[in-house]
Design a protein around this ligand. Structure first.
Ligand code: AOF
Ligand code: ZN
Length: 364
């Protein structure tokens, strides 16, 4: 029974995808006499928490009911008052919690409030699944840096473009649609200046019902971005950030700002943008997640500087060959196999004939 209702709460929580960043995805259901009498989820950043929405939607008397909630109810006065106290006042007698809140402001204090008020509390139902749904939140709230997803798309023989640079399209429509769902889900999308110069991408979310555009981050050490690049000129609610260094020409920086983009300066790291420092600055701006979409030089730097948390690799059933055709990760490369970046918790899925591999970077 616990599993069944927690599953409903998880499904509800996912409806908030793309709208709650940098806050978590949370779902709650209220159950009485084996019947759901109220349900809610965190719908929008800054808005009511899942528990409050579940109370608001409850159709019957909730006295003595059980609440299933994916995340520990909060104990702090943030944008809204503490949910733990609210649950006590509403007369709920049992709370089943998916996972403890990793937010240092809460971290067990919500559970304590409930227990101190005589409420029966059970913690840790479908915890692994909920941790995956909230992998972005967990990293951001504990490290103040965005969760970084490296996405690559290649042919079966490991190429991301032909030797002439043609890359449209390697993956199929289903895979590309999925990428737009991720763009909707994350706070920011990041590419290197090489990708802007060669592809002039828009980096927007294009789903049938629109979707939320991510903030566009262009890593551009020397400030080479053309002022007529699409990322500096398209209409979008999300801003564009040029991440650069002291090497940028001051006049160029002024012109970029006049275009409405923001400029972030990082220290130099190996003569380039210091990506770890960039992640720190993005975290300060409440950016909880970054989808890294290439190119291959930036992908290698990101791995080397240890900012990548997850890799999402699309493999298409195509072979193009060509010894000069680019591969997903370029740069200098590791000299020895024993120095390779190792992934763990690998999963495989298919979108029609494309194969999708997901894995996480093992951090020592
Ligand atoms: C949410 N939605 O459903 C729950 C959250 O800034 P605030 O006041 O909205 O508080 C955000 C914190 O509240 C968040 O980091 C998490 O620790 C806790 N629980 N947050 O946005 C919810 N239950
Ligand atoms: Zn709350």
């Amino acid at each position: 029974m616990d599993i069944k209702y927690m599953k409903s709460a998880i499904e509800l929580s996912k409806k908030g995808k793309g709208y709650t960043n940098p806050n978590p995805l949370v779902g709650a259901v209220i159950v009485k006499e084996d019947k759901i009498i109220g349900e809610g989820f965190h719908e929008l950043y800054g808005g009511p928490h899942a528990e409050v929405n579940a109370f608001a939607n409850a159709k019957e008397d909730i006295q003595g009911a059980t609440m299933y909630v994916t995340l520990e109810p909060c104990s702090h006065f943030g944008k809204t008052p503490p949910c733990a106290n609210n649950i006590v006042e509403k007369g709920i007698s049992k709370v089943v919690i998916g996972m403890r809140d990793p937010n240092p402001l809460v971290a067990g204090k919500g559970i304590e409030i409930l227990r101190n008020n005589g409420i029966e509390v059970k913690v840790g139902i479908l915890e692994d699944e909920i941790k995956k749904v909230n992998e972005i939140f967990i990293k951001y709230i504990t490290e103040n840096k965005p969760f970084c997803i490296l996405k690559t798309a290649m042919t079966l023989d490991g190429k991301i473009a032909s030797s002439t640079g043609d890359s449209k399209w390697i993956t199929n429509e289903v895979s590309r649609h999925y990428v737009h769902q991720i763009r909707h889900r994350v706070s920011a999308i990041m590419v290197g200046i090489g990708t802007v110069l060669s592809d002039d991408p828009q980096l927007t979310t294009r789903l049938d019902d629109g979707g939320v555009d991510p903030i566009r981050v262009i890593v551009d050490t020397n400030g080479r971005i053309p002022l007529d690049a699409k990322v500096l000129n398209i209409k979008s609610k999300a801003k564009t950030i040029i991440a650069t260094t002291e090497k940028i020409d001051k006049e160029k920086m002024k012109a970029i700002k006049e275009k409405g983009a923001e400029v972030i300066i990082t220290p130099l790291k190996n003569e380039r943008v210091d990506l770890d420092n960039l992640m720190f600055q993005l975290g300060k701006m409440k950016i909880d997640s970054v989808l890294l979409e290439g190119g291959s030089t930036l992908n290698y730097s990101a791995l080397e500087q240890g900012i990548v948390d997850k890799v999402l690799s699309f493999i298409a059933p195509k072979i193009i060959g060509g010894k000069d055709a680019k591969t997903p990760v370029g740069g200098k490369g590791r000299e020895k196999i024993e120095e390779a970046f190792i992934l763990k918790n690998m999963t495989i899925a298919r979108f029609s004939e494309d194969i999708i591999i997901e894995g996480y970077l093992g951090k020592e």
